[in-house]
Design a protein around this ligand. Structure first.
Ligand code: Q9C
Ligand code: ZN
Length: 358
């Protein structure tokens, strides 16, 4: 299996975050990628490939994110420090909560950097450092390069699977919102890119399905495709955990997109057998959509030892998850999301991908 990666993904490295009320070392660390690489290097089935530098990441990101949000990510740190903000990172102090204001009045460009930080962020886990922008663009670039490869090979190879070893992750990022360690929606950017380069059938957009198996609900991916029937979003996640306010079964999509957003909230403590049963239901929903491509938001924070997850999956379970996904028999792009238990992150990711390869 081809593995796309970029060294620039390890640049973003904020020293801390606020987690459950405590200032703690940043959990979404560059070591996550290093550990996964180290494991995959030791397995002969994985072949590392660099990104395609000719892909225009910004134009691709603009299919998903607003221009003002991308500009914000690019300039936030510089404007923050120029305005006396702490050199460590940009972090919001006040957020435009819906009980505070119904809308943000006036020219948002004129707001001081600390106020602007609150406009584009929904929690305190996305510090923006001097390196953040380079890393998030690189991260999207990895997903795009892997997506391009999937489309180019889809006619030649059956059981095609490709892995985008990205970081920062993406599934919590909305069209103009960061949160949950996510800044750009790598998976959504890849999905729109696939639709832009693959031949249309009857002039309708290419059907894509996104399977999100990260422990957390992918609120960002859901938001982006909520009214779009061409991209099915299916998520398995903890029902009583972060991001707390999204991910219920009632969230089924809107307008044309109604029925094309399917959430499987699972209880805390979910173990291998309950997880695999839910996965099989999720995969039948995906098969009914008859997608031309499948994108997997691959998080391994469902692992029993994960420091922020509460599920009880074992390394063996990941092999079975990979096998189950392969049975759908659609060209598949795996994109890295969460997973924070460094000792096993590589083995869990590698076991899933090997399970897919069979
Ligand atoms: N007590 C991803 O896995 N903080 N993001 C959680 C839990 C943020 C997770 C606090 C977790 C974000 C991609
Ligand atoms: Zn997660």
């Amino acid at each position: 299996m081809k593995v796309f990666s970029s060294d620039a993904c390890t640049k973003h490295n904020p020293p801390h975050e606020i987690l459950s009320g405590r200032l703690v070392p940043y959990l979404e660390s560059p070591d996550r990628i290093r550990k996964i690489k180290q494991y995959l290097y030791g397995q002969e089935t994985f072949e590392f490939v660099p990104v395609n530098p000719d892909i225009d990441v910004i134009s691709s990101a603009l299919r998903v994110h607003t221009k003002e949000y991308l500009k914000y990510l690019e300039t936030a740190y510089e404007k923050w420090t120029a305005n006396g903000g702490d050199k460590t990172a940009v972090l919001p102090e006040a957020l435009p909560h819906f009980k505070l204001c119904r809308e943000v009045h006036g020219d948002v460009e004129k707001l001081p950097p600390i106020a602007r930080a609150g406009l584009y962020c929904f929690d305190l886990s996305c510090p923006i450092t001097d390196d953040t922008y380079d890393s998030v663009i690189a991260s999207a670039g990895v997903a795009l390069s892997a997506a391009e490869y999937v489309v180019s090979q889809s006619a030649n190879e059956s059981q095609l699977g490709v892995f985008a070893l990205t970081r920062p992750p993406g599934h919590h990022a909305g069209s103009s919102l960061c949160g949950g360690y996510c800044f750009l929606s790598n998976v959504a950017i890849a999905a729109r890119f696939i639709q832009s380069i693959s031949p249309k059938i009857d002039s309708s957009p290419t059907r894509v399905a996104i399977l999100d198996i990260d422990f957390h609900h992918g609120n960002g991916t859901q938001e982006i495709f909520y009214e779009d029937p061409s991209v099915l979003y299916v998520s398995l996640h903890a029902d009583d955990d972060y991001p707390y306010f999204t991910g219920s079964r009632d969230e089924r999509g809107n307008l044309e997109g109604e029925g094309f957003n399917i959430n499987f909230p699972l209880p805390s403590g979910t173990g291998p057998s309950e997880y695999l049963s839910a996965l099989s239901l999720a995969l039948s929903e995906i098969e009914s959509h008859r997608p031309v491509y499948l994108i997997v938001s691959l998080g391994v924070d469902t692992y029993c030892e994960d420091p922020i997850g509460t599920f009880k999956l074992s390394t063996t379970t990941y092999g079975l998850i990979g096998e189950a996904i392969a049975k759908v028999n659609i060209p598949t792009l795996f994109v890295m999301e969460g997973g924070y238990y460094l000792e096993s992150i590589g083995q869990n990711v590698g076991t899933l991908l090997k399970g897919f390869e069979g």
